[in-house]
Design a binder for this molecule. Structure first.
Ligand code: FAD
Length: 459
C-alpha cells in the first residue's frame, strides 16, 4: 500500500503533541532495541494521553503512515524497530498509576510505567505484582503486555498475560477500545484483551492496563545449589516439582555462564561446577523455610555438592547478582550475542542441553544456556562476531538448527520475547500455514492498511 506525505503528517502531529521531534540524534536513539537491528523513524513522538495517541494514529491512518509503539526498547527481537519509518510512538511519558484498588486486588496503570516502579509502589503497600522479567528495572508494563513477558517467578506465578484484566487500546483507525473486566472471572464474548497480549504493537497501541495484584508474601527464601554434573541439575528441576514444591524461582546457570560471570565479578563462584540452580521459595515464613529444606534434601540426594541458603537480603542479592550479570559478562566470549528464548517440556531440557553442547563443539561457537528451567524456558545464547561475515552466517545457521531442535523436542520458539523481526522466518514452522493465514486475517481485519508496526511477526 502506497504511503502518503510524511512531512505533512509530522506537521499535523506536532500540533497535537508538543513533544514531537525529527532531531537526527533522537531518530537514531529510537531506531533500535536490544536486538541491535537499526532503522530510523521519520519522527519520534512522546504522547501523554489516550486522546493524543488516538489523534496521532488518525493522522497517520489518513496517509497510511506507519506507527511503531515503543516502551523502553529492551525487546530482544527487533519489535520496536520502525523498519518502514514513519512515527516512533514512545509511551514513556504515559507512566502514571491511575488507580490502586487493594480490596478489588487490581491496579490501573499507563503503559510507560517501568515494571520495577510499579512493583516498588505495591510492595510499600503490602502488595505484589509477580511478573518479573530480568529487565524489570528498565522495561515498561506496556512493553511487557505487548510482548507477553515472563520472568523467573513464572514457574509459580505465571506470566504477564495471566495478570491482565483489562486494556484500553487505540486501534489502527484511531478509535478507542476498552476491553476486559474488573472481576476475576468473565466470559462475555471473545476474550479481546488476550488478543492484544503478545501482539507486539501490530494490532493496537495499548494506553491503559488493568492488572491483577496479590498480597505480598511474608517471606522469600533464596538459595543456590552447586552441581558437579549438568545432568543432575536438570534432573533436580523435575524432582523438586515432583515433590509437590512450587518454588517461586528455579533458574539454571551452566558452566560457561558461571565462568564468564566469575571473570566479570570475581565473586568466588564455583567455576568447575557443571551447573548451578538459583532457587526461591515464598509464602508464610515457616512454609517458605520448610519448602527450601525440602529442596535442599532433593538437591543433595540428586548429586548437588552444596546448597547455600542466603541468611539475609544482602546475601540473597549477591546470589541474584550472579544471575543478573550473565548477559553483560557473556561479551567476554564474543562481541555478539544471539539470545534465543526457546521453551521445551521439562522432560526434554536435558536433550536440549546435550544437543546444543554438541552444536557448540561442532561449530566452534560458544553456546551458553541459562534461564527459567522451572518452566522449561531456557535462554540459549549463540555467541559470535557480527563483523565476521563467515562466522555470523554460521551462527545464524546454528540458530535455525536450535529452533528446529526445539520444535522436534515438542517445544515453542519463544517463551517470552516474541517474534518481531528476528524470528519471523521461523514462525510458520511452529504455527503452520493455517495458523499464519488466520493470524494474517486478524491483522488485516484490525489494521487493513498495515500501519501498526509493519514488517513484524509475519514472514
Ligand atoms: C537484560 C535483559 C533481560 C531480559 N529479560 C527478560 C525476561 O526475563 N523475560 C522477558 O519476557 N523478556 C526479557 N527481556 C526482553 C524485554 O525486556 C521484554 O520483551 C520487555 O517486555 C520489553 O519491554 P519494553 O518496554 O522494553 O518494550 P519495547 O522493547 O520498547 O517494545 C517491545 C514490543 O512491544 C511493543 N510495544 C511497546 N509498548 C507498547 C504499547 N504501549 N502498545 C502496543 N505495543 C507496544 C513494541 O512495538 C514492540 O513490538 C530482557 C531484555 C534484556 C535486555
Amino acid at each position: 500500500m502506497e504511503r502518503g506525505n510524511i512531512q505533512s503528517a509530522i506537521d499535523e502531529i506536532g500540533k497535537v503533541c508538543g513533544h514531537t521531534t525529527t532531531d537526527p540524534a533522537e531518530l537514531l536513539l529510537y531506531s533500535f532495541d536490544s536486538a541491535k537491528i537499526k532503522h530510523k523513524p521519520d519522527c519520534v513522538v512522546f504522547p501523554e494521553s489516550t486522546e493524543e495517541v488516538s489523534e496521532i494514529v488518525k493522522i497517520c491512518a489518513r496517509r497510511r503512515i506507519p506507527v511503531t509503539a515503543r516502551g523502553a526498547g529492551t525487546g530482544c527481537i527487533g519489535g520496536a524497530v520502525p523498519v518502514e519509518g514513519g512515527a516512533a510512538l514512545v509511551l514513556t511519558k504515559m507512566n502514571r498509576i491511575i488507580a490502586f484498588n487493594p480490596d478489588g486486588l487490581y491496579v490501573e496503570v499507563e503503559p510507560g510505567i517501568v515494571n520495577a516502579e510499579l512493583s516498588g509502589f505495591l510492595e510499600k503497600r503490602g502488595f505484589f505484582y509477580p511478573p518479573d522479567p530480568a529487565s524489570l528495572k528498565s522495561s515498561t508494563i506496556g512493553g511487557n503486555v505487548a510482548t507477553g513477558a515472563g520472568g523467573p517467578s513464572a514457574v509459580k506465578y505465571g506470566v504477564t498475560g495471566d495478570y491482565v484484566m483489562g486494556l484500553t487500546v487505540v486501534l489502527a483507525d484511531g478509535s478507542v477500545l476498552d476491553t476486559g473486566i474488573k472481576t476475576d472471572k468473565g466470559v462475555v464474548g471473545y476474550d479481546l484483551k488476550k488478543l492484544f497480549v503478545g501482539s507486539e504493537g501490530t494490532l493496537g497501541i495499548i494506553t491503559k492496563i488493568r492488572l491483577k495484584i496479590l498480597p505480598k508474601p511474608e517471606a522469600v527464601v533464596t538459595a543456590t545449589a552447586v552441581f558437579p554434573e549438568r545432568k543432575d541439575a536438570v534432573s533436580a528441576v523435575i524432582a523438586i516439582l515432583h515433590k509437590g514444591i512450587r518454588p517461586r524461582t528455579l533458574e539454571y546457570i551452566d558452566r560457561t555462564a558461571i565462568r564468564c560471570v566469575e571473570g566479570y565479578l570475581k565473586a568466588g563462584l564455583p567455576v568447575n561446577a557443571g551447573a548451578i540452580l538459583l532457587m526461591e521459595t515464598d509464602g508464610k515464613t515457616a512454609d517458605a523455610e520448610k519448602e527450601m529444606d525440602d529442596i535442599r534434601e532433593v538437591c543433595l540426594a540428586g548429586g548437588a555438592e552444596s546448597l547455600i541458603i542466603a541468611e539475609n537480603r544482602e546475601e540473597a542479592e549477591a546470589q541474584w547478582k550472579t544471575r543478573r550479570s550473565i548477559s553483560a559478562s557473556l561479551n567476554r566470549l564474543r562481541p555478539t550475542k544471539i539470545n534465543e528464548d526457546v521453551t521445551v517440556p521439562r522432560n526434554r531440557i536435558a536433550e536440549l542441553m546435550e544437543r546444543t553442547a554438541e552444536m557448540s563443539e561442532r561449530t566452534g561457537l560458544p553456546i551458553v544456556n541459562f534461564g527459567h528451567a522451572g518452566d522449561g524456558n531456557i535462554h540459549v545464547n549463540v555467541m559470535t562476531d557480527a563483523n565476521d561475515a563467515e562466522e555470523y552466517e554460521l551462527a545464524l545457521k546454528t540458530v535455525g538448527e536450535i529452533l528446529d531442535l526445539t520444535l522436534a523436542l515438542d517445544g515453542t520458539l519463544s517463551g517470552e520475547h516474541g517474534i518481531g523481526i528476528t524470528k519471523k522466518p521461523y514462525i510458520a514452522r511452529e504455527i503452520g500455514a493455517t495458523g499464519v493465514k488466520i493470524s494474517k486475517a486478524i491483522k488485516k481485519a484490525l489494521d487493513p492498511d498495515n500501519i501498526l508496526n509493519p514488517g513484524k511477526i509475519f514472514p
